[in-house]
Design a protein around this ligand. Structure first.
Ligand SMILES: *Cc1c(COP(=O)(O)O)cnc(C)c1O
Length: 217
């Protein structure tokens, strides 16, 4: 689907819920997409992209950034501590802070580097064992812990279980964010971003709806 159509759908969803379009950031998730598809989106002027693997991002974005200015990269996949430095040097935001050890590593590196990307704390709203993120019951404590490290916590992120109504998870994430005084909500993907916007999403992560199905290379 052309980028312009996605932007129209975002605009309509914002209007329907009385929100401003500028309050929703579209992260174009370019993981595993061929370069020509990514370039086509860059050529249309879009600059905010999401990647889930540090290695993949490091392999392709420095070259794009030489050609296109003001690219903003968001890391949205599980992050190993030994990849944290590279992620922080590449990206403007990390959406997957999910455990004390990672937070401590980011805090140490932020001191060293003198800068830190915007951070989102991942909440495992469905309490799925295979999924990253803190459980909802631990979220308040973990948010406080990360803030105590003097890190820039921007908001919360979730990936709802595939077989459940995502709106319930978006509403839960919004509730946890509100009681912690957090304004950022990274939620909503290709199949449900309009519902996420209705429930307050500030960052939607849309891949296949923009680029087409992910092809394996
Ligand atoms: C791949 C991915 C997306 C994008 O998924 P689509 O269904 O293609 O829009 C969003 N969020 C995360 C965390 C992802 O890994």
């Amino acid at each position: 689907m052309p980028l312009a159509d996605i932007q129209d759908r975002i605009r309509a969803a914002c209007e329907a819920s009385g929100r401003k379009k500028d309050d929703v950031t579209l992260i174009a998730v370019s993981k595993v997409q061929p370069n020509d598809r990514v370039e086509a989106v860059l050529d249309q002027g879009h600059r905010v992209f999401g990647e889930n693997k540090v290695q993949e991002a490091a392999g392709k974005w420095p070259a794009f950034c030489e050609v296109y200015s003001d690219v903003q990269l968001h890391m949205i996949g599980p992050l190993q501590t030994n990849k944290a430095r590279q992620a922080m040097e590449l990206a403007q935001a990390i959406h997957t802070v999910d455990r004390p050890k990672l937070a401590a590593t980011i805090a140490r590196l932020a001191q060293e580097i003198g800068d830190c990307p915007d951070l989102f704390i991942q909440v495992n709203t469905g309490e799925e064992p295979q999924k990253a993120g803190v459980f909802p019951a631990q979220a308040d404590t973990f948010v406080a812990e990360v803030r105590a490290l003097d890190l820039p916590v921007k908001g919360l992120m979730c990936i709802p279980p595939v077989d459940e109504e995502p709106s319930l998870h978006f509403a839960l994430l919004a509730k946890i964010a509100a009681r912690n005084g957090l304004t950022g909500l990274s939620m909503g993907m290709s199949s449900d971003f309009e519902r996420a916007i209705a429930l307050g999403a500030t960052h939607i992560r849309v891949g296949s709806a923009i680029f087409g199905d992910r092809v394996s290379v």
